[in-house]
Design a protein around this ligand. Structure first.
Ligand code: DAH
Length: 338
């Protein structure tokens, strides 16, 4: 056997190994050359018939070729196995729809608050804030609710000691703002209030209010009614019927109770409006002269109206929610609906 044959056989084989595309092809190559009746096997087997000198030389190169080829086949096998494995585990379907990342959203009360702010801002009102921890002067006395006056019972208060308390309404912000700013002015004050009361489907000890205040040389209840109507229309996205009835608040004279025709039953009467057809959503009135005085303004120079709206109440009506406690329950099944 010529050495040149072994060499060309080796080159030919290496090419085939290199080009083999899968394990089966590679196995065939192995069998063809190194199997029982393989070409190289036959060469090696025929060595014994060769003369001494030739046997030694051919034997050496044939054995070497065998080792090299076995090694090449081994390497190729490993390579094929890993790519095969990769193909099976690493593939992905580029036509499959992507996974949606979970994104949060604003709490329904925050959405409402922002909507209220936006509506009043378009009507020239500024949005301001006041402290949640108040003192008795701003929460009561300045608003014409003297100590030991029975009107204080209207607000069940969390007292913190040292004359401090958690504000029971946003009205103290009226006085705080008028002390520092000269009329004419138009503001709304959204914020959290606290009441020491038993909770039920329409009462919570923590609640949101939006205070409104407009002060100028001449402002009237008619002016208030127009702005309120515009607000309701924009907030509920439709014409809502509302009514203004006499009420009592120490800080307004006259005082109003604002109710809207029940959105759930269109005023016909249902469980939400307790069959009455109307729902109370706000208190309001013409700013009391004593409040102007307490804020350092002369009541002879200025007129104003004010209101306080319950934000939970408005939101419950807008979305037909029947229990105020759901808002702060942290229940995702509730929150995800908005
Ligand atoms: N502060 C009142 C409350 O919490 C609501 C209110 C009534 C606010 C009349 C006002 C107002 O500004 O004029 O019940």
């Amino acid at each position: 056997m010529e050495e040149i044959d072994i060499k060309s056989l080796k080159i030919q084989l290496q090419k085939e190994i290199e080009n083999s595309g899968d394990l089966k092809e590679l196995n065939d190559i192995f069998n063809r050359y190194l199997g029982k009746k393989g070409e190289l096997t036959l060469i090696l087997r025929s060595l014994k018939d060769l003369p001494e000198k030739e046997r030694r030389e051919t034997g050496k190169s044939a054995n070497q070729a065998k080792q090299e080829i076995e090694k090449a086949i081994d390497e190729k096998r490993q390579q094929l196995q890993t790519t095969n494995h990769k193909l099976q585990t690493d593939w992905f379907d580029i036509t499959a729809p992507g996974e949606k990342p979970v994104v949060g959203h604003l709490h329904p009360l925050t959405q409402s608050k922002r909507k209220v702010e936006e509506i009043f801002q378009t009507m020239g009102f500024s949005v301001v804030e006041g402290p949640e921890m108040e003192n008795e002067w701003y929460n009561f006395d300045a608003l014409n609710i003297p100590k030991d006056h029975p009107a204080r019972d209207l607000w069940d208060t969390f007292y913190l000691g040292n004359g401090l308390l958690l504000r029971t309404h946003t009205s103290p912000s009226q006085v705080r703002f008028m002390e520092k700013n000269n009329p004419p002015l138009r503001i709304i004050v959204p914020g959290t209030c606290y009441r020491h009361e038993a909770t039920d489907a329409s009462h919570e000890s923590q609640l949101y209010q939006v205070e409104g205040l407009m002060v100028d040389k001449e402002v009237s209840a008619a002016n208030f009614k127009a702005i309120l109507g515009e607000f309701f229309r924009k907030f509920f996205n439709k014409n809502v019927k509302f009514r203004i009835r006499p009420d009592f608040f120490p800080f307004t004279e006259p005082s109003f109770d604002i109710s809207i025709s029940c959105i759930v039953c269109n005023g016909k009467g249902c469980s939400v409006c307790k069959e009455g057809g109307w729902l109370e959503v706000a208190g309001a009135g013409m700013v009391h002269p004593n409040v102007f005085k307490n804020a350092g303004l002369n009541p002879k120079d200025w007129q104003g109206w004010a209101f306080g709206i319950g934000l939970e109440r408005l939101t419950m009506l807008k979305y037909k929610i029947n229990d105020i406690r759901l808002f702060r329950s942290g229940d995702l099944r509730f929150l995800q609906q908005f």
